[in-house]
Design a protein. Structure first.
Lengths: 316, 545
């Protein structure tokens, strides 16, 4: 098993490296560079040239990449091309925002959705199951900005509770204060991940339920609740953990719309802005964070799946 | 201080009776709009009457109260937010700069200037040498004293071909900055420039401390000092207790960006922020109908245009008949009413409108005339071949001006192929490179600065690449012109020459339209940018504090 983990880690490192090269090439293909974008409409050939020299954009491409790579390996994210601020200080605040929102969403959203999904699997075809299916399928179809707009309309415009955007800093707030602080983004994201989690956990459990050993248990007269919680669920953990991990990764990297809509700075918006300013140092730094988040979360999911399933631990 | 008002050419223009009328109106509670209407009717120009209102109401306004907190919402912001004045690019930068820094001069609502860190400003007879006597007893946020070295250090960052300053083009005529003594500096110019003190009042010429290289925080002379600054997150200022002048009334002034206009409006309506920039025009009526919220609009000379490159594009943009037809196909009225909801003014294919002091009102307004456009088009052999026009949504109405032109053209068999590209990277990759493309311009403090930047031959931003000898000659001559009548005539000629020969279509001028809650007082009206020309931080205060 340790060999397996090490192998997966190795693949992870290669993935991260490959992604960094792809991102680098991608930023260089885009029209305009950081110097031009930074000077904007004010660019003249002289000051663009001066700026390029200052930012090191006049070096050959491979050298720019290697410079960045060596610094990164030493743990130095570098300095933003767009504002001369260290990347680490640009990321720090936003990273906290992102982590708070995704962790709180996960803490609230994941258990509730899993419970709802498994409950639906216990009584397939019941009224409860059908209503839940209807709601979750509708939610899958509703984009985040739509859910967010509805929430603002109901809670802020009509009821007059809370803020339409996230106001102020999250610093120094306790657990419940944080939930209040990020109430609307968390609720929006809970709806988004819940629909998928409910559908997947229900499907995964029902899938196991149709296997021969469960039929055997039913024939033996084991109560349905015991079958699901003791026998079926453990075997369904693999796919469920994978879906949970993918959703968590999405919460860290993909919530641009929610961040923009509620006006709080997070990592997802930052990478969009970084692309707009052609700040390849920042794009690389964020790309690495996102990529590593995926790699680590997927690794954890795989380990969990293996740990829960002896067959995977001893491959033939 | 009153002496300096004389530098402002408009103050002299108001007679005693008008002045009394103005004060009377304000005493009776007339709004800015009423005053504008009255003075426009009596023949004053837009900016002049707006400015008069501003300075006259100041005299009547309540004394500012201290205390309280205000949150001002900008739009564009991001990791490229900076505290280095030479590198400012956005309205958010300008506003933040005003919180923390001071400048030699301060622009007034009528685009004249008042002394700020310079106490007295003198020039020689032909405006080739300017002396700035600096204010004594001004303190930096870190307790050091403000001296001539700081000014020299700041100004030298804008000089030279390798300067990375965004505003170096405004001071290209300055050969050197010389220190006379600890409280006096001198600028030596290679050619006359009577507008220098005005240029130095603009955003990028905020004075920084001698030797500053670290811009993660701001050590300035402004009314607020940095409590927090994180690029793309927020800036918070707290009062600087040793500020040399009046201002900085709030306990805390927070400034941050909400990029999405719908979210920004939501936040403003919900009371999460006290003011917002760039109110979308479709929300103007909603704000006007909301208790306790108002539109904060500045009549300005900002504009949108479509510029053909006269030196490229073969038979398309280089052909005189093509751009004349384009100018005649501009549906100016519709753009102004339909798209800008009246928050702007008609453009006349030249950059100077009534918001500028040197506006010439004698040039006839060019109107939509498809028949005449058709005649011009028939002089070319383009026929129904589509002419490409590249545009991006860089400001309200920019894309629409192309679509309206396209539609009017279709009616008479003229085809335009309007390509909309992303705003991202537009200025570097498309603008000044495509044969026909669009731009959006901010207002500049004087007609001369505007024309020098974008119309002088050889200027980097000469969008159509036209060259007109008479124009270049006049543009230099007028800088040294001291006779008022002759000056007016020369500016009229300059505007007429652009109107007739430059080739760009300039259908509308945009106002700066923001929204503000009624408890926010001390608003400014310098028509160069949002939030009162980004001059508001000094004077803002809270009525209910």
């Amino acid at each position: 098993m340790y060999g397996l983990i090490l192998r997966r880690l190795g693949i992870g490192v290669i993935t991260v490296l490959a992604v960094s090269i792809i991102i680098f090439i991608g930023t260089k293909i885009l029209p305009g560079d950081a110097a031009q974008i930074r000077l904007g409409q004010n660019a003249t050939p002289e000051n663009v040239k001066a700026f390029r020299e200052r930012l090191g954009l006049d070096l050959p491409l491979y050298q720019q990449y290697l410079n960045w790579l060596f610094a990164f390996v030493r743990g130095d994210f570098g300095v933003s091309l767009a504002s001369d601020v260290p990347i680490s200080s640009l990321i720090a605040d936003r990273y906290l925002n992102t982590v708070y929102v995704s962790v709180l969403t996960a803490i609230i959203g994941v258990p509730i959705s899993l419970a709802l999904g498994i409950l639906a699997a216990m009584f397939p075809g019941s009224l409860y199951d059908r209503v839940l299916t209807f709601i979750s399928v509708s939610l899958v179809a509703a984009p985040e900005f739509f859910t967010a707009t509805l929430l603002v309309l109901v809670f802020v415009t009509f009821l007059g509770w809370g803020n339409a955007v996230v106001v102020g800093s999250a610093e120094g707030k306790g657990f419940f204060e944080l939930i209040v602080h990020f109430a609307l983004p968390i609720t929006t994201l809970c709806f988004v991940i819940a629909s998928q989690l409910i559908r997947m956990s229900r499907a995964a459990v029902l899938n196991v339920m149709s296997s021969p050993y469960i039929e055997m248990a039913i024939l033996k007269g084991v109560p349905r609740r015991r079958i699901i919680l003791r026998h079926a669920l453990l075997n369904a953990i693999g796919p469920i953990v994978n879906v949970v991990a993918l959703n968590l990764a999405y919460l860290v990297t993909g919530v641009v719309v929610v961040e923009v809509y509620f006006g709080y700075p997070g990592l997802a918006t930052l990478i969009v802005q970084a692309v707009q300013t052609r700040d390849f140092v920042l794009i690389q730094g964020l790309g690495m964070i996102f990529c590593m988040t995926y790699v680590i979360l997927m690794l954890i999911a795989d380990i969990a799946a293996i740990a829960s399933n002896p067959r995977l631990r001893h491959p033939k | 201080m009153t002496d300096f008002k004389k530098n402002d050419p408009r103050y002299g223009a108001m007679g005693y009776q008008d002045e009394q009328q103005l004060f009377e109106m304000i005493r009776r509670g007339a709004s800015r709009r009423d005053v504008l209407k009255y003075f426009m009717a009596s023949g004053a120009t837009l900016a002049a009457s707006g400015a008069l209102f501003g300075s006259a109401t100041e005299a009547f306004a309540n004394t500012p109260k201290r205390g309280g907190k205000l949150i001002m919402a900008a739009d564009q912001h991001g990791p490229n937010d900076t505290l280095d004045p030479a590198l400012f690019t956005s309205a958010a930068d300008y506003f933040r700069g005003r919180m923390f820094y001071g400048s030699l001069t301060r622009l007034t609502a009528s685009l004249g200037y008042e002394p700020e860190l310079a106490e007295e400003i003198l020039s020689n007879a032909d405006a080739t040498e300017w002396t700035f006597k600096l204010r004594k007893g001004v303190e930096w946020h870190d307790g050091k004293s403000f001296t001539a070295d700081d000014v020299i250090f700041t100004m030298n960052r804008h000089l030279g071909a390798d300067s990375v300053s965004n505003a170096s083009s405004l001071v290209t005529m300055v050969d050197a900055w010389e220190k006379v003594n600890d409280h006096e500096v001198r600028a030596v110019l290679s050619s006359p420039n009577a507008d220098l003190p005005i240029a130095l009042g603009t955003f990028h010429f905020k004075i920084i401390q001698d030797g500053t290289t670290d811009f993660t925080t701001a050590v300035g002379t402004g009314p607020y000092k940095v409590k927090e600054f994180k690029p793309g997150v927020r800036a918070i200022g707290v009062p600087f207790e040793n500020y040399w002048s009046e201002g900085g009334y709030l306990d805390e002034l927070e400034h941050y960006g909400i990029g999405d206009s719908v979210s920004r409006l939501n936040a403003f309506l919900a009371g999460d922020v006290d003011a917002m920039v760039n109110l979308p025009s479709k929300a103007i009526e909603q704000i006007e109908g909301t208790e306790g919220k108002s539109v904060w609009s500045l009549e300005a000379g900002a504009y949108n245009n479509i510029a053909p490159r006269l030196d490229m594009g073969g038979n398309f943009s280089a052909n005189e008949h093509v751009w004349k037809a384009m100018q005649l196909l501009q549906d100016r009225q519709r753009l102004l009413k339909g798209v800008l909801k009246g928050q702007g003014s008609l453009g006349n294919d030249q950059p100077i409108n009534a918001a500028y002091f040197d506006y010439c009102d004698e040039i006839p307004q060019r109107e939509l005339d498809p028949e005449k456009a058709k005649w011009h088009w028939d002089q070319t052999d383009i026929g129904s071949t589509p002419v490409p026009v590249v545009t991006a949504d860089t400001a309200q109405g920019v894309v629409e001006q192309c679509l309206f032109m396209q539609r009017e053209g279709q009616k008479v068999g003229i085809n335009f192929d309007v390509k909309k590209v992303t705003t991202d990277g537009y200025w570097g990759a498309v603008w000044l490179k495509e044969p026909i493309c669009t731009a959006s311009w901010n207002m500049r403090p004087t007609a001369n600065i505007m024309m020098t930047l974008a119309f002088a031959p050889g200027a980097a931003w000469n969008e159509t690449r036209w060259e007109n000898e008479q124009f270049s000659q006049l543009l230099v001559d007028v800088r040294g012109e001291t006779d008022a009548a002759a000056r007016k005539q020369k500016y009229c000629d300059l505007q007429t020459i652009i109107y007739e020969n430059n080739g760009m279509s300039l259908p509308v001028h945009r106002n700066y339209v923001d929204a503000v809650a009624d408890h926010v007082k001390g608003l400014t009206y310098v028509p160069l940018n949002n939030f009162g020309g980004a001059e508001a931080p000094v004077t803002l205060w809270r009525d209910d504090a």
